[in-house]
Design a protein around this ligand. Sequence first.
Ligand SMILES: Nc1ncnc2c1ncn2[C@@H]1O[C@H](COP(=O)(O)OP(=O)(O)OP(=O)(O)O)[C@@H](O)[C@H]1O
Ligand SMILES: [Mg+2]
Length: 262
Amino acid sequence: MKLVVHGVTKEFVTGQGVTRALGGVSLEVRDREFFGIIGPTGCGKTTLLHIIAGLEKPTQGTVEFVGAKRTKSMVSMVFQESALMPWRNVEENVPLGAEFRQEEPSVYKRVSRFFLEVVKMLDFAGAQPHELSGGMKQKVAIARALANDPEVILMDEPFASLDAQTRLLMREELLRIWERDKKTVILVTHNLDEAVMLCDRIAVMSSRPGLIKSVVTVDVPRPRNFKSMKDPDFSRCMEKIWDMLRYEVDSAMNAAHSSKRA
Ligand SMILES: Nc1ncnc2c1ncn2[C@@H]1O[C@H](COP(=O)(O)OP(=O)(O)OP(=O)(O)O)[C@@H](O)[C@H]1O
Ligand SMILES: [Mg+2]
């Protein structure tokens, strides 16, 4: 076991009142697992990742990293937009974790080049972020997360801003990278087939206040690639998740309509 989230609730208090974003989330993520979270918009997925990352405090409940080494970072986050530092070139963007830990410059240079090689971006080591495409920026963001060598990598819709074909390619790249050293990853996505292709298990969340409705095991064999989508287990798994999700998406949409009318 790597991560245990127990009874986490979150209420945001604003001028408009109280929003109950999470209604008591409990989940367990295993060591080296690729764990997916899927759920309707506004059900608290990003809030949950922020709480796991320690960026936000839960109203109730706990987050525990089991057997974590004190010397390591607990998490790295990969956001929807790559959030690279625009004034640094690619190579200087990757080893931020090592820099914060005040390691030798020669160490973080080596770390940076190693992980740029992993994501096949070493040729662009000297490029500025604005010179890269969206997919390339996300690859650098993934290299940065890997280079930090955290206990868990959190990804919040990392490919949402990319076009459909780049998204497919990035999915395969991420699979390739993950098969290499099997980090523990938690991925939030709206994309059903992306979740099934990448994940070992997928938590389906209810509409707000978010709860885990069910955790589905993906039985599609690894290593996976584009062709895995033709596997009958693949479509069975997608159907199972969609059956649970469609009701939640519908109720989230109805709630949005009725709050507009009110
Ligand atoms: N800082 C905040 N202050 C007030 N309310 C917030 C804050 N952050 C999130 N919320 C509210 O909490 C709820 C959950 O938001 P969150 O961003 O976690 O949803 P999400 O599942 O990630 O949605 P999406 O799929 O659209 O990204 C929403 O109703 C949102 O308005
Ligand atoms: Mg979100």
